[in-house]
Design a protein around this ligand. Sequence first.
Ligand code: TD3
Ligand code: ZN
Length: 306
Amino acid sequence: MALVSGKEILNKANKEGYAVGAFNINNMEILQGIIKGCREKKSPVIIAVSEGAIKYAGFDYIVAMVNVAAKENIPIALHLDHGRDMDIIKKCIEGGFTSIMIDASNLPFEENIEKTKKVVEMAKPFNIAVEAELGRLVGIEDNISVKERDAVLINPDEAKEFVKKTGIDSLAPAIGTSHGAFKFKGKPKLDFDRLKEVKEKTKIPLVLHGASSVIPYILEMVNSYGGDLKEAKGVPEEDIKKAISFGINKVNVDTDLRLSLVAAIRKVLAENKKEFDPRKILGPARDLISEVVAHKVELFGSSDKA
Ligand code: TD3
Ligand code: ZN
């Protein structure tokens, strides 16, 4: 199969009420781990690449690797995550990506609309899906006031206007998650009422950023083999399920893959002080990533949707 447009993958998920994982890659082992997990579960998948990952691995390496992965018998989209630089966005659109996120959420509302509209126009002739973001990605906890909440999270009426004016294919609403391994100090609290309202007002595929769970057994592994990430906390799996039931169709995961990779590497190195074969060090990391990804796509409901 050739790479598939993100539109195709997400419109089907929206129609049938499940979510597809968007997993970030930086190297070959992470990509192979993701693909193995999805192949086993017969799940479609979105391979997400940040501007930083493009700088790290090189644009041509990323595109070539993901095109090799696309020979698999499952639908795979190649997605630019948090695109901010118009030169990189242009390069991705012309260079074989099938999905683009334009992240202008740091700009004032009208400027976000203008910049997003430009990217929608650029992507249109290529049938590339465009995702944009509204609100700020900050962790929301139990004790936050309504006023504070309204100041940072997505406004459902603005969401409706934004979708209408830009013509985007999917929207990432800020509803209380954040990136990284330290999402909440207290009890996590996603704003599900807001999410529900955004879905009712826009009806398009919605994207949950900052959706890693910081899986307890992986964190335990990191900490018990020499790591020090004691206070790490992510989005509980039941909250992910709930978010999907309220209209999330794309779940972004990077941190859980990073933690899995590091947990496995730490274990091998701690248990085998004489080991220096990269295959013995990175192989178990790749295996653990595929195990975690297989578990996630089951949770997201995309198994057997390939
Ligand atoms: O866009 N991403 C991936 C890049 C974030 C940097 O880790 C996400 O929304 C996933 O967030 P996370 O940190 O929860 O995996
Ligand atoms: Zn994100």
